[in-house]
Design a protein around this ligand. Structure first.
Ligand code: ADP
Ligand code: MG
Length: 355
């Protein structure tokens, strides 16, 4: 028998590495859209228009009226780890959002056809560029890759076409476009409640219906009324709790004991990023269980500001859950506040369900 020698070890091509990384971060169209929404909000936009084709697999388009991107930055815009929001590692501790660090656009450019049209206030025209694998790319073979001057309003429009076109296994994993659209709509609705002072619209391409539409002037309660229902909005009470020792502030609207949902609706933002927390969710459900009939579930919108140095920013972006210090204490303080509010709003009901 002949011995089999070891095979030679080789480095993967950089583009292959980036493509694998991108596919791990962006698993579904909704993950790409989340980053694009946050970028638009970070840019100071007061209006955000989203257009979706085939559940985001054919097209995700997001147009904002924010500060725009300097033409001179367009060449490096989609390279990995290029950002205008962070300079030093220490800055990680003072940054208000977390998740990707200059990786979102880069990732998208590796697994989709990406184009960006943008205009700053002091530019006389808009600029449009196409990207592939982190770099400027010609829109068609033989054309120039340089940004092209065009007409446009201040702000940025990002088009993501044919997501996962070069990741066939991922593409095949999608069962239905409407399932992906529902995830997108749910995410947009969350941000549209949270980002008061920003108008949101979200539509399926080619459909005449209004889709999601929230005007800029709508209050948080208005937004819940528009996106969810009047009967929920009418049964919401304000909650607010803060604690210096634990470095947090929580503000939100929660349903009273008069609202009995079939399942918990939880709109949770930590430092303005939509996240999941099974710890907070379960604790609040527990709190509500003594106010609601068996099986009744609440509607909760909660915005939690936690001192950034208490939040684990190094959690992998695919983890939708977050870690922060004193999670149990903070959760308990929020539940206490909710309990007090539920008690004062409807004593009679509390009395009834407890007896
Ligand atoms: P990050 O948001 O972590 O900086 P991204 O890859 O998401 O990384 O974006 C890279 C940079 O591109 C941002 O720092 C910002 O300067 C710019 N940018 C992205 N989207 C927009 C937008 N809609 N409006 C203005 N600037 C944007
Ligand atoms: Mg970003």
């Amino acid at each position: 028998d002949e011995m089999i020698g070891p095979r030679r070890i080789r480095a993967l091509h950089e583009d292959v590495v980036n493509k694998i990384a991108a596919g791990e971060i962006i698993v579904a169209p909704v993950h790409a859209l989340k980053e694009l929404i946050e970028n638009a909000v970070d840019a100071g936009s007061t209006s955000l228009e989203i257009l979706v084709k085939d559940g985001g697999l054919k097209l995700l388009q997001i147009s904002d009226n924010g500060c725009g991107i300097n033409k001179d930055d367009m060449a490096i815009l989609c390279e990995r780890f290029t950002t205008s929001k962070l300079k030093e590692f220490e800055d990680l501790q003072s940054i208000g959002t977390y998740g990707f660090r200059g990786e979102a656009l880069a990732s998208i450019s590796h697994i989709a056809h990406l184009s960006v049209t943008t205009k700053t206030a002091d530019s006389s025209c808009a600029w449009k560029a196409h990207y592939a694998s982190g770099k400027l790319a010609p829109p068609k073979a033989g054309q120039s890759a340089e940004p092209k001057a065009c007409a446009g309003r201040q702000g940025t429009q990002i088009q993501v076409e044919d997501l996962f076109y070069n990741v066939p296994t991922r593409r095949r994993a999608f069962r239905s476009a409407s399932e992906e659209y529902n995830k997108i709509a749910e995410l947009v609705e969350k941000y549209a409640v949270h980002c008061a002072h920003v108008a949101f619209s979200c539509k399926k391409a080619g459909e005449s219906g209004a889709g999601i539409a929230v005007p800029v002037s709508a209050t948080v309660k208005d937004r819940i009324r528009i996106l969810h229902s009047g009967s929920i909005a009418n049964e919401m009470v304000d909650v607010e709790v803060a604690n210096e020792q634990y470095g947090f502030k929580a503000k939100g609207l929660v349903s009273t004991a008069n609202y009995i949902g079939k399942r918990t609706t939880m709109l949770l933002f930590i430092n303005h990023r939509s996240v999941d927390s099974s710890v907070i969710k379960r604790a609040l459900e527990q709190t509500y269980s003594s106010f609601l009939p068996k099986g009744g579930k609440p509607f909760i919108y909660l915005s939690l500001d936690i001192e950034p140095n208490r939040v684990d920013v190094n959690v992998h972006p695919t983890k939708r859950e977050v870690n922060f210090l004193n999670e149990d204490e903070i959760t308990e303080m929020i539940c206490d506040e909710v309990r007090v509010k539920l008690g004062t709003v409807d004593r009679s009901r509390t009395f009834m369900t407890q007896s």
